[in-house]
Ligand binder design. Structure first.
Ligand code: TYD
Length: 216
C-alpha cells in the first residue's frame, strides 16, 4: 500500500450474485493474515444516518409511492454520509476497505433500470463522493432469472427484490455499460454461477497479487 493510505475494493452485482458472501469471505481471509481490514456496505454503512436511510430505501411499503428522484437522492445522501464519515477516514487510516456496492449500483439500478440520465448520476455522485473512486472492483455477474431464485423467499423481499425480472435484466445491462467504459485493470468480471469456494480463491489471489506487486 502506497504511503499510509489504504485501499478501496468494491463488490458489485445483481440480486443473488453472492457478492455479500464473497466480500465477507475475503474480509475474513485477510483478517486471518493479519491485514488491517474494514468491511462495509451501501446502503447502510454506519449505525446511524446510513442505517436509517437504508430502512427507508428498502421498505416494501414504499413500492410504487417513492418518487424515483427521492430514491436517487437518498442513495446519494447515504453515500455522502458513508464517504465522509466512514470510507475516507478508514482509507486514510491505512485500512484495506471492502465495500459491498458503491456507485456502480447507482449506475445500474437508478440509471439503467429506473431511467435516470448519466449526467444526473455523474453530477450527484461527484458531489456525494468528492471524487472517491474504488481502486478495484469485483463484478459478480449473474443471470437475474437465476439470481432472483437464489435470493430470499418472496414474503421477505425488500423493495428492489420485489421488482420484476425485466427490471433486473436492465440492471445487468447497466453493469455492462458501467464496466464497458472502465480501464480493464480496474475490475474483474466473474461468473457468479461458479462455486463459492472457487470464486473466493480467485478473488483472494487477485487481491494478494495486487498488493504484493505494489499496484496500489
Ligand atoms: P441489500 O439488502 O444490501 O442487498 P444486496 O444483497 O442485493 O446488496 O439491498 C440493497 C439494494 O439497494 C439492492 O437491491 C440494490 C439497491 N441499490 C440501488 O438501487 N442503488 C444503489 O446505489 C445502491 C448502493 C443499492
Amino acid at each position: 500500500m502506497k504511503g499510509n493510505r489504504g485501499i478501496f475494493i468494491v463488490f458489485e452485482g445483481g440480486e443473488g450474485s453472492g457478492k455479500s458472501t464473497q466480500a465477507k469471505l475475503l474480509y475474513e481471509e485477510l483478517v486471518s493474515k493479519g491485514w488491517p481490514m474494514f468491511l462495509t456496505k451501501e446502503p447502510g454503512g454506519d449505525d446511524g444516518v446510513c442505517k436509517d436511510i437504508r430502512t427507508v430505501l428498502l421498505n416494501p411499503k414504499y413500492k410504487g409511492s417513492m418518487d424515483p428522484k427521492t430514491e436517487l437522492m437518498l442513495f446519494a445522501a447515504d453515500r455522502a454520509q458513508h464517504v465522509g464519515q466512514v470510507l475516507e477516514p478508514e482509507i486514510k487510516n491505512g485500512k484495506l476497505v471492502i465495500c459491498d456496492r458503491y456507485e456502480g449500483s447507482t449506475f445500474a439500478y437508478q440509471c439503467a433500470a429506473r431511467g435516470f440520465s448519466i449526467q444526473a448520476f455523474e453530477m450527484l455522485n461527484q458531489y456525494a463522493t468528492g471524487g472517491l473512486k474504488p481502486n478495484f472492483i469485483f463484478w459478480l455477474d449473474i443471470d437475474p432469472e437465476i439470481g432472483l431464485k437464489r435470493n430470499v423467499e418472496v414474503s421477505k423481499r425488500d423493495r428492489f427484490e420485489m421488482e420484476d425480472v425485466s427490471f433486473h435484466k436492465n440492471v445487468r445491462v447497466g453493469y455492462e455499460e458501467y464496466f464497458k467504459n472502465m480501464e480493464p485493470r480496474k475490475y474483474l468480471k466473474l461468473d457468479a454461477s461458479r462455486p463459492i469456494d472457487e470464486l473466493h480463491k480467485e478473488i483472494v489471489l487477485k487481491v494478494v497479487y495486487m498488493i504484493r506487486s505494489g499496484l496500489y
